[in-house]
Design a protein around this ligand. Sequence first.
Ligand code: PGA
Length: 240
Amino acid sequence: MVVHVFDQASQVAEAAAAVFTAQLLEKPDSVLGLATGSTPVDTYAELIRLHEHGVLDFSRATSFNLDEYVGLPPSHPESYIAFMKRNLFDRINLKRSYLPNGMAGDLERECLNYEALIREAGGVDLQLLGIGNNGHIGFNEPGESFVFDTNLTALTPSTIHANRRFFDSEEQVPRQALSMGIGTILQARHILLLALGQGKAEVVKGMVEGSITPQVPASILRGHPRVTVLLDRAAASLLS
Ligand code: PGA
């Protein structure tokens, strides 16, 4: 794991966008793994800026998002497909973007299909990740064991509580999601994890310096050969 600490969140976004830029210059038909949440919003804004300036061309790239809520229609503003359109897809020239379909009639089959789609695309070249306060990546929640494939998962109370800010009430936060599994994520050739703010300091310390355990799902990234972690000072404040 290579860890970089920046004074400001804006520098994290610029550095993350630089990693995407290097990836797309090197391989214009890259498969990009994308994430939702507050953390990547400024990075996406930077990618849009670079696209508008003619630096970044997404026309040959493909993207796969980490996860999607179960039961929220795409028209719901807090569905992850709506989030991605608003924060990125509507403003760049990416032609092929995929998210798991949380409205699928057969959710188990949808997970298998999603996994197959990623494989057929050649696997993810660069996977962007945030990290949950509880150490989740995607919606791989803390538990007794790691779940490797794309799966139907129940959100933990801490995630429901953390995501409540996007909804009118906690009751409205979906209880389930489809998520790339830990194995799906680990198969990405390069992983770029971002964390911002004091609220993430403890879990970042657990990921970087604690034991590798399914209780802190992100800790398993330490076994991956190419992980770049970009932190602001606050998120890095408990690292020794
Ligand atoms: P956040 O979420 O970026 O909104 O903090 C990160 C995550 O839950 O993975």
